[in-house]
Design a protein around this ligand. Structure first.
Ligand code: PLP
Length: 387
């Protein structure tokens, strides 16, 4: 039989993707359905990055790479970490990983022992529980409140701290809520981490899509030595399928993750690493992608403005908008199914992201502006005529 360590990492059963799967099947069968349920860009990687990769492939860069990442890649990542976190970052404080998910895995493996405990702020990205389980760690989910814009609740988080707690995992800008944590929220979290001697695992993969200047908890007093920042080129540089991310943290800990990578990945793809380094050094696509999502968010929100049946919660950054539909239909799953049937638009019911987001629907901004404006108009019509 398989090991108990990996059995049950991802429990089978209801996962909340039923509406999406049904919509996808209907689309495959020829129906004209707008998919606002998924979170991958609807556009290709910037052509400069693609060209850099083609050059690298043709240039014979087909070999093993240095384990923590090619020096040029590591150096570019350190520079971006300096910008992202506001803390001067050296090359030995970063490790290149195949995507932000692998950076998160390394962070969790590096800070949690079997039987130790972590706290995760919800709603959260779907892979978080499985990542804790893969380390044999226990975890407590602490919900945020929709009414406070899904900002973390410091008192509830502190109440969940146990003697065996080692880390708190947060994500800002947030998937799925779009909340961007305020300085006050982050200061309260930092205070808890310092007081109870905890690691802060900070998933900042949406840092360029926050709408304003990004604030990383790593920059707060006493936090540099206890913060691990998960980063990625997937969202910021339009490179989801390239699998390039990195982890930033104290060099002693990063050194251990290099050993971990030795036994998992044995380094990254040579030509992809070279293209990624060029893309990081030159910010290929970053401003354009950020502007595109900002314009989409604005277009969608402008269209539903004035509807007194829908309340926008969070939704300040990232790739999603969270709408409170409780005044229309308290059961958000029923709302999503009815919306699909009536208007042929697929959205995610908030309940699939936990209790705090129940009564909400999540709209993905991964469609062109006119499609989003049309979807918002249909949403307004749908709620006005509900039942
Ligand atoms: N963290 C968050 C919050 C995400 O939404 C995602 C992807 O959707 C990831 C991490 C992982 O991204 P990747 O592994 O593509 O870098």
């Amino acid at each position: 039989s398989p090991s108990s360590r990996i059995s049950g990492i991802i429990p089978s059963g209801k996962d909340g993707w039923e509406v999406h799967m049904a919509a996808w099947a209907r689309r495959q069968a020829g129906e004209d359905i707008i998919m606002l349920s998924v979170g991958d860009h609807d556009f290709d990687t910037p052509s400069e990055t693609v060209e850099a990769c083609v050059r690298a492939v043709r240039g014979g860069h087909h070999h093993y790479t240095n384990l923590p990442g090619l020096p040029a890649l590591r150096s570019a990542m350190a520079k971006i970490s300096t910008r992202c976190t506001g803390v001067e970052t050296s090359e030995d404080e970063v490790i290149a990983t195949p995507g932000g998910q692998a950076a998160l895995y390394a962070a969790v493996q590096a800070t949690l022992d079997p039987g130790s405990h972590a706290i995760v702020v919800a709603p959260y990205y779907a892979t978080y529980p499985g990542t804790f389980r893969s380390a044999g760690a226990d975890f407590t989910v602490v919900e945020t409140r929709a009414e406070s814009g899904f900002q973390p609740d410091a008192a509830a988080i502190e109440a969940a701290v146990r003697p065996e707690t080692r880390a708190i995992l947060i994500n800002t800008p947030n998937n799925p809520t779009g909340a961007v944590y305020t300085r006050r929220s982050l200061e309260a979290l930092a205070e808890i981490c310092r007081k109870h001697d905890l690691w802060l695992l900070s998933d900042e993969v949406y840092w360029t899509l926050g709408g304003g200047e990004h604030l990383s908890p790593r920059a707060l007093p006493g936090m540099n030595e206890r913060t691990l920042v998960i980063n990625s080129m997937s969202k910021s540089h339009g490179m989801t399928g390239w699998r390039i991310g990195w982890l930033t943290g104290p060099s002693e800990l990063i050194r251990l993750t290099i050993d971990l990578n030795l036994v998992i990945t044995y380094g990254l793809t040579d030509f992809v690493s070279r293209a990624a380094a060029e893309a990081l050094e030159n910010d290929f696509g970053v401003a354009e992608i950020a502007a595109r999502y900002a314009a989409r968010r604005k277009a969608f929100l402008a269209e539903i403005e004035g509807s007194n049946q829908i309340t926008v919660r969070g939704s300040e950054g990232g790739m999603y908008i969270m709408l409170d539909v409780r005044d229309v239909e308290p059961d958000c799953e029923a709302f999503a199914w009815n919306f699909l049937d009536a208007e042929k638009i697929a959205v995610m019911p908030g309940s699939s992201f936990g209790d705090a987001a129940a009564g909400h629907i999540r709209i993905s901004l991964c469609q062109p502006e006119p499609v989003l404006a049309d979807a918002a108009a249909r949403l307004k019509r749908f709620v006005a005529n509900y039942r």
